[in-house]
Design a binder for this molecule. Structure first.
Ligand code: RIB
Ligand code: NA
Length: 309
């Protein structure tokens, strides 16, 4: 079976508290609401791509527990193939403690659990799907070596690769850049990776030049309400792709909505310019920030203007 978008990555149960502000160290504060949702950057990205209308499969590992069973059902409900979803009794399904303040900003602690047990054996079993994919997407919520190996397998088979170095690690192996057709990160990840400050479009231009020089095919640096900056290897200067302003309720997973949409466009419109894809992905992600939750806020194709397709 052939899938357009293959995601090798994480599944997390999101435990979300809405609070007036983020607590300080040692502090207890009252929140106004608590809910449990399906999250994890890998699964979020896969589900956004699926909701836009491409065939997707997720290569991942969850626990043999209640949350793992529920997650598998969530994939089925969202039309994501579960052929390569493994369950282990050696660790619990990944969990994310998320605090969202009244400004829609968040702070997240993840315990990756079963996600860390996805490895080379599973990738080998999924090789037939990786080979036939149009796009493969990876992040850093699983063992980094597994992500790197998956990206390398895709590259060896001429499958387009999107790498989202999230959450970022300071000494990221340079091989990650070399196997990435599109290297897509946000401001804070770019700061951590480059040591440059990225608090405006100017800073983003400079950081994207540095990231590109490390060997990827293109860089997309997302800037929240300011849209993103796109820089391609064939070009000297980066382009700022602005986004239209919306009232943010919950920005959790907006970056994942963006990357899922980007993977969709790369698979369906491979000749479209990366700037055009990024502009459209900005619009998809901006829908997600206007309602609370992660996957619960990700739009379906029918919720979006036809001109985005
Ligand atoms: O990017 C948002 C995601 O990060 C959340 O769903 C949470 O699970 C964490 O992994
Ligand atoms: Na949201």
């Amino acid at each position: 079976e052939a899938f357009d978008v293959v995601v090798v990555g994480s599944c997390m149960t999101d435990l979300v508290s809405q609070t007036p502000r983020l607590p300080k160290a040692g502090e207890t504060i009252h929140g106004h609401k608590f809910f449990i949702g399906f999250g994890g950057k890998g699964a979020n990205q896969c589900i956004q791509a699926a909701r836009l209308g491409v065939k997707t499969t997720m290569i991942c590992k969850v626990g043999k527990d209640f949350f793992g069973d529920a997650y598998i059902q969530n994939f089925k409900d969202n039309n994501v193939s579960t052929d390569f979803v493994w369950q282990t009794s050696d660790a619990a399904t990944g969990a994310a403690s998320i605090t969202v303040n009244d400004a829609g900003e968040n702070a997240i602690v993840i315990v990756a659990g079963a996600n860390m047990l996805l490895g080379g054996d599973e990738l080998q079993k999924a090789l037939p799907a990786i080979r036939k994919a149009k796009v493969l997407v990876c992040q850093l919520e699983i063992n980094p070596q597994t992500s790197l190996q998956a990206l390398q397998m895709a590259r060896d088979n001429k499958v387009k690769t999107v790498f989202n170095p999230a959450p970022a690690i300071p000494d990221l192996d340079y091989n990650f850049y070399k196997v990435s057709d599109v290297f897509c990160c946000n401001e804070s990840e770019a700061e951590l990776l480059t040591g440059f400050s990225v608090n405006n479009v100017e800073g983003a231009h400079r950081a994207s030049q540095e990231l590109l020089s490390r060997g990827c095919g293109a860089v997309i640096l997302t800037l929240g309400p300011q849209g993103c900056v796109v820089l391609k290897a064939q070009e000297k200067t980066s382009t700022h792709v602005p986004s239209t302003a919306v009232a943010a309720v919950d920005t959790t997973g907006a970056g994942d909505s963006f990357i899922g949409a980007l993977a969709f466009y790369l698979a369906v419109h491979p000749t479209m310019t990366l700037e055009e894809m990024a502009g459209r992905a900005n619009q998809v992600a901006s829908v997600s920030v206007q309602t609370s939750g992660t996957q619960t806020s990700f739009p379906f194709r029918q919720d979006l203007p036809a001109k985005l397709f």
